[in-house]
Design a protein around this ligand. Structure first.
Ligand SMILES: [Zn+2]
Length: 463
């Protein structure tokens, strides 16, 4: 598989550090609010990379963090509040209860759109000692400094590669990036917090060598990725909005602490828009999985919708396109039911389609091209029905559309149907075709397709 590496701005072959085993870290949800479809599209990217690599035969270990502390409302203001703390005040629940409530909701939503669970979900609040240790290492190595208030800042001028991921030069940053923290004690306005001293009234705070405080947001991903995947791992994913400052700062922290490259390939997903507007909490146009269900669409159809656009591009969500994707997925499942069972062997033309599908997935997840191959297979007269079934069933490991749902669902005729089937077979043996036709119509009116087979009358559900 080749992936577009944001760091080198080139397509690169995935070559895992450990033979046959890919390690991947995915920036996960903040759990003080619900995840919307834009968040889910981003999480789907990590899952799709994993599905594609497993399809190629790799073993994949995926870690996704849970951010339950450290997101500030406004980094620039001295009275900045942690968003988790705001949720606590709004909802009257403890931080732990808020985190549990929203983590459960995001896991449910992710499952509904076919995102398979990561191997581990480390929580920021459970890794504060690791973050303190990393911060101490950065101080010892001359990459960070403590100010009088007890906050610790990363000294960006001390790290040569700062800005290489996002393309932001230090000069640009000094021009006044709005979300840079304004603390007059900082050596440079571009320096960012590894540890912040806790003001009065702060709920979530911990002891540290520099006094009572809490970790900066970025340090959790450096500490947890290296704890679980080691200081050389293969892929790091996240939304394009995380390139700067989050991932730029993560590179500075991780590489500053260990003195060498940590992540091989950085992959970033494009935003989801609705009617041209970015979907976000602040624009008030967030759509969630329960709304898809209320609308009558299968949440898995959201996958098909996202496959129409390359993952790095912005994608526009419309309900018309969502409805069309839903109809398409349901149609594919019906066709699979018609085509079942799968062929024991597939011929050369089917192998060619398979190669084209695999190549599309391997080419930086070119899902629009994969969709074209799926549609060609559905429409072609070149393949047997059993071959079509075989191909789509195997590709569903990547597509994740539950395409065999109808074909494999347990179904048996009712007692009433069984009685009519027996009567019809008796009528046919007696060559009473008028009676046989009458019973066929009665069975058909019960919602089944009636088939004449050498073994007699057979029925199967009709949609
Ligand atoms: Zn992160």
């Amino acid at each position: 598989m080749r992936l577009y590496n944001t760091l080198t701005r080139e397509l690169e072959e995935v070559r895992p550090v450990a033979e046959g085993h890919v390690t991947m870290y995915t920036c996960g949800p903040t759990v003080y609010r619900y995840a919307h479809l834009g968040n889910l599209r981003t999480f789907m990217l990590g899952d799709l990379i994993r599905r594609g690599l497993e399809f190629e035969g790799y073993r994949v270990t995926q870690i996704m963090n849970i951010t339950d502390v450290g997101h500030m409302t406004d980094e620039a203001s001295p009275g900045a509040l942690d968003k988790m703390q705001l949720a606590v005040e709004d909802e009257g629940l403890s931080p732990l209860e808020i985190a549990e409530k929203y983590a459960r909701a995001v896991f449910d939503d992710a499952e509904a759109v076919g995102i398979r669970p990561a191997d581990r979900y480390p929580k920021a609040t459970e890794h504060v000692p690791e973050m303190i240790e990393l911060t101490q290492t950065l101080i010892n190595r001359g990459h960070a400094y403590v100010v009088d208030s007890g906050s610790v800042y990363f000294d960006v001028a001390s790290f040569d590669g700062y800005g290489s991921l996002s393309g932001n030069t230090l000069d640009n940053l000094r021009e006044g990036h709005r979300d840079l923290e304004a603390d007059p004690a900082k050596r440079s306005s571009a320096d960012f917090a590894l540890w912040k001293s806790a003001g009065p009234g702060r709920l979530m705070k911990w002891d540290s060598p520099w006094g009572v405080g809490f970790p900066g947001w970025h340090v959790e991903c450096s500490a947890m990725s290296m704890k679980y995947l080691g200081d050389r791992f293969d892929i790091h994913t996240g939304g394009s909005d995380l390139r700067f400052p989050h991932h730029e700062d993560e590179i500075a922290q991780s590489e500053g602490a260990v003195g060498h490259q940590v992540v091989s390939i950085w992959v970033h997903g494009g935003h989801l828009r609705q009617s041209g507007q970015k979907i976000s909490k602040s624009t008030g146009n967030t759509i969630r999985v329960p709304e898809l269900i209320d609308h009558g669409v299968d949440p898995l159809a959201f996958r098909w919708l996202t496959f129409q656009t390359r993952y790095r591009s912005e994608m526009d969500f419309t309900w018309d396109a969502m409805d069309a994707a839903d109809a398409k997925v349901k149609q594919l499942r019906r066709r699979m039911n018609e085509w079942a069972p799968r062929a024991d062997q597939i011929g050369e033309p089917a192998k060619d389609y398979d190669a084209r599908f695999r190549e599309a997935v391997a080419a930086d997840l070119d899902m629009p091209a994969a969709v074209v191959v799926v549609n060609e297979v559905v429409g072609t007269g070149e393949l047997s029905e059993g071959e079509k079934y075989s191909l789509l069933a195997s590709w569903d490991a990547v597509l994740g559309l539950d395409l065999e749902r109808e074909a494999t669902r347990a179904w048996a005729p009712s007692d009433e149907m069984t009685a009519k089937i027996a009567q019809r077979d008796a009528a046919r043996s007696a060559k009473d075709y008028a009676e046989s036709d009458r019973l066929r119509d009665e069975l058909a009116s019960m919602g089944v397709e009636v088939m004449d087979t050498p073994e007699g009358t057979k029925v199967r559900p009709r949609d």
